[in-house]
Design a protein around this ligand. Sequence first.
Ligand code: HEC
Length: 110
Amino acid sequence: MIYFRRTFVQLFVAVSIMSAGSFEAIAQGDEAKVLYQRSLAATCASCHGTDGKGVENGGMPLIHQLSQSNMLAQLMAFKSGARSGTIMPQLAKGYTDEQLEIIARVLGQK
Ligand code: HEC
């Protein structure tokens, strides 16, 4: 019986430490959020170049010239199938709507 009580106390302490850890995570939240948002948008750089500023006439559309709202509209159209393409329809389906909004916010013209 004592053994079980001690286990419970240990569990309680462990859970307390874990929740203290998540308070710290909230404090670092802004930085982590920016990093998360930048890393989502960075997945596009392999084809569209850093920040979407690819090579002029390089065979890939330069997406940095699109407005934030137009970019989101294109991404949602690729995702829904309203716009066809070779790569983007499959790719866009891999992101949630919220992630596409973040990507358009990071890469699109403000
Ligand atoms: C593997 C290469 C590749 C990657 C990675 C890629 N794209 Fe594309 N993107 C293309 C190609 C190719 C097109 C032309 C449409 C098509 O064929 O799918 C395109 C078209 C677009 C367009 C339409 C441009 C216009 O002028 O209307 C947008 C917007 C776009 N991509 C955004 C993105 C975003 C945002 C990401 C990252 C989440 C991304 N792309 C990742 C290859 C890529």
